[in-house]
Design a protein around this ligand. Structure first.
Ligand SMILES: *Cc1c(COP(=O)(O)O)cnc(C)c1O
Ligand SMILES: [Zn+2]
Length: 436
């Protein structure tokens, strides 16, 4: 048995047993997103930080008792989770900060954060014996589902906007998914996918609809707090078995599922008593896709976020382009309940952040991945963080996902390659030129 006690509707608070509903609260339709509730007392009886210290399974599955899957369910073989957490002093210093880490989820199996959620989707679908899994996606959730399905030979149908970057579409086709390039936006693809899933009875992985996706995404918070406890200093045992929560976490926001997951993971750890405080969570949005930032600014907290109509979303950071963030209730709570903030950055600031992040710590991010770092820069300007804060910035996707944007970014940064004939004399000419 897993440790789920109920699925609780975020709108009416009604609680369901996991076998009563598949996705949302029937009384509230697509907006009736449910939050998975666990029996923390029961979990604590057998699952402690000390167990994990001896566990060599360095993947999200090390946290199985806190995941919404059966203990004996087979998990996909593709490596998901336990991505590196790099300390980044050269990025920190120019910002006047002392403690900064970059959590690099570009290092996931399919090169984005979305593997954390898609891995859970595949396990849940197989628990239900689903013949086909489907999702709509700006690209990364699709690539993640596609790759993990390929690893277990699970048929799947994917809906992406036809404008998705070629690398992401190449992943889908290479993994052998059935790919629907939708002539429209991500929001159009989402709606079509929901209809398709209902019509054909497919298992639906859609973000902000399937309640288990935030549960996969929360594993990033487990890893951050466990990894921080492994850095030099008193050992976890010396701190009474406690893990270490940072003071602030920066994450980019499109649909709001990742930020909701980050919050959920921290709430789990606080409930279990494995961390002693809740970090402030900062959501970073692109200026052209800033639904959450606008709603937060307008004070539309709690369920009032549902009052805001969709916006027209346009940004170079395709992965966070969302006119109507599907997980907006959780995304609002993550910031409001933790004393964080929403920060907005322009497309130029996002592009500028790509080479700065890469040169400052060796992490190559796609635009939506570098957005979190651009948001940190903005937060420093706005005085939202203090020099002593221990800060984690999450890179959510690899730069190889969108080479075109990377090339634009380096061009704007004034970096260019040199052209040289294949002989030493010409190289010496170029070197002399560089010397000048
Ligand atoms: C999906 C995604 C995000 C945003 O996650 P949401 O849950 O939609 O807010 C950020 N960065 C990358 C690279 C993504 O793929
Ligand atoms: Zn409800």
């Amino acid at each position: 048995m897993n440790h789920i006690t109920s699925l609780k509707c975020l709108i009416c608070g009604k609680e369901y047993q996991p076998d009563e509903i598949d996705y949302v609260c029937p009384d509230h339709g697509y907006e009736g997103i449910v939050d998975v509730q666990y029996d923390y007392g029961l979990i604590s009886l057998s699952f402690r930080p000390q167990n994990l210290a001896d566990d060599r399974d360095y993947s999200i599955w090390r946290y199985k008792p806190l995941l919404p899957i059966e203990p004996d369910s087979p998990v996909p073989p593709l490596a998901v989770g336990w991505t590196p957490l790099y300390e980044a002093p050269r990025l920190a210093a120019p910002l006047g900060l002392k403690h900064l880490w970059v959590k690099d989820d570009g290092r996931q199996a399919t090169a984005s954060f979305k593997d954390r959620a898609s891995a859970i989707a595949v396990v849940k679908a197989q628990e239900k014996g689903a013949a086909i899994i489907t999702t709509a996606s700006t690209g990364n959730a699709a690539a993640a589902l596609s790759g993990i399905c390929a690893s277990v030979q699970q048929p799947n149908v994917i809906f992406v906007p036809e404008t998705a970057p070629p690398a992401k579409i190449a992943q889908l086709l290479t993994f052998g998914s059935t790919v629907m390039l939708v002539h429209g936006t991500y929001d159009d693809a989402f709606d079509l996918c929901l209809q398709a899933a209902e019509t054909y009875g497919w298992y639906n992985r859609n973000t902000g609809f399937n309640p288990y996706m935030s549960e996969g995404k929360k594993t990033v918070s487990f890893e951050i707090c466990e990894q921080l406890s492994l850095t030099p200093g008193p050992s976890p045992a010396g701190r009474g078995g406690m893990w270490q929560a940072p003071d602030a976490i920066f994450v980019s926001v499109g649909d709001g599922c990742i930020i909701g997951g980050v919050h959920k993971g921290l709430r789990d750890l606080l409930e279990l008593g494995w961390i002693d405080h809740m970090p402030r969570i900062y959501g970073v949005q692109a200026a052209g896709s800033n639904f959450m930032a606008e709603a937060w600014q307008a004070g539309l907290y709690g369920l009032r976020v549902l009052e805001k109509p969709p916006i027209d979303a346009h940004t170079v950071a395709d992965s966070i382009s969302a006119g109507l963030p599907r997980d907006r209730i959780k995304a609002m709570a993550a910031v409001v309940d933790t004393g964080g903030a929403y920060v907005t950055v322009t497309d130029d600031e996002i592009l500028a952040a790509i080479p700065v992040l890469a040169r400052g710590c060796g992490v190559f991010a796609e635009p939506a991945g570098a957005t979190s770092y651009a948001g940190l820069v903005k937060a420093v300007e706005q005085g939202l963080v203090s020099p002593d804060d221990r800060i984690v910035v999450i890179n959510t996707g690899s730069g190889l996902k969108d080479v075109k944007s990377a090339m634009t970014a380096v061009e704007q940064a004034g970096t260019r390659p040199y052209r040289v004939e294949p002989n030493l004399a010409d190289l010496q000419r170029v070197m002399a030129e560089i010397g000048r």
